[in-house]
Design a protein around this ligand. Structure first.
Ligand SMILES: [Zn+2]
Length: 294
């Protein structure tokens, strides 16, 4: 199943076979085996949001986007790959600006003007085929949020955004899928199938994010506003999540051996290193057991 399957519904099925990065790397989605977590309770999500006004840089349509009010929520925890988790709301649902008129979409962080080339590409490859959508006025569903991310990936592809921007969207979409999985009702019919499908899709997006950050790291100086040690840390965590232990070790090694990284991130890198070694050992043991059983 392709990660852009949803584009068909939006009239953009032709983009499904496009390569996300111009330097394609191998990617293989596997399923992971984690215990389901309890879905967190949502506390009046709508009260944490306001309507932010935008003018589409492509079609000049005025529209509003549900946007998080700052300073109202406190982070409950952070995942290994730096995803912040809040009790009250899944903030990842509200980070894409989507023009409901033409479909042009971008992470709010990267919202801005487009070059003539980019406008032409977006107009002919996104807007011309886009089926107008009405999004919820109160809170976005995961389905709506996914659609927005798929449009953001498609827009980034056709306007030839930097690899770091594409990678960052993939990372956020992986986080969105993880958030959806955490909010699934475990007693609902089809829970297991949905969870298995989500886990595979999440891993596919994590791999795509990692591929993009690897490319970006070779050519870009600053990646998504992060300093070098943070980028390396994130890549190490992503590599661990997709079970690329060699790359994970290489990235933590960069941080531990760095002369500019601070002691806080070095400590975090050392903790991550222990976890990578542990998981790599467990993976080797699994393979040995499987072989001896044959
Ligand atoms: Zn527009």
């Amino acid at each position: 199943m392709g990660f852009l399957d949803g584009l068909k519904k939006l009239g953009l099925g032709a983009l499904e076979d496009e390569e996300l990065y111009e330097d394609p790397s191998k990617k293989k989605a596997e399923e992971k085996k984690e215990e389901p977590q309890k879905p967190p309770v949502e506390i009046d999500e709508a009260s944490l949001l306001f309507d932010k006004k935008y003018v589409c840089p492509v079609c000049e349509y005025d529209f509003k986007v549900r946007t998080l009010r700052t300073g109202k929520i406190r982070m409950a925890r952070q995942d290994l790959d730096l995803r912040p988790v809040f009790k009250e709301i899944d903030t990842t649902k509200y980070e894409v600006v989507t023009c409901p008129n033409c479909g042009y979409s971008v992470l709010a962080k990267y919202f801005g003007n487009l070059t003539k080339f980019q406008m032409d590409e977006v107009r002919s490859k996104i807007c011309a085929n886009f089926k107008r959508q009405d999004f919820s006025e109160d809170v976005y569903t995961y389905e709506e949020a996914r659609m927005r991310y798929e449009l953001a990936i498609a827009s980034a592809m056709v306007k030839k955004s930097k690899n770091s921007e594409k990678a960052y969207i993939c990372l956020k979409m992986a986080w969105l899928i993880r958030g959806e999985t955490e909010h699934l009702d475990m007693s609902a019919p089809g829970y297991t199938e949905k969870k298995v499908a989500n886990d595979a899709e999440e891993k596919e997006m994590l791999q795509k994010a990692l591929d993009g950050f690897e490319l970006a790291r070779m050519t870009e100086t600053q990646i998504a506003g992060m300093d070098e040690a943070t980028t390396d840390y994130l890549m190490a965590a992503l590599a661990l999540e997709v079970e690329n232990y060699n790359l994970a070790m290489k990235m933590v090694g960069n941080i531990i051996g760095s002369r500019v990284a601070n002691s806080r991130i070095k400590d975090k890198a050392n903790e991550l290193k222990s976890l990578i070694l542990k998981r790599a050992r467990e993976a080797r043991e699994t393979i040995t057991t499987e072989n001896s059983e044959k």
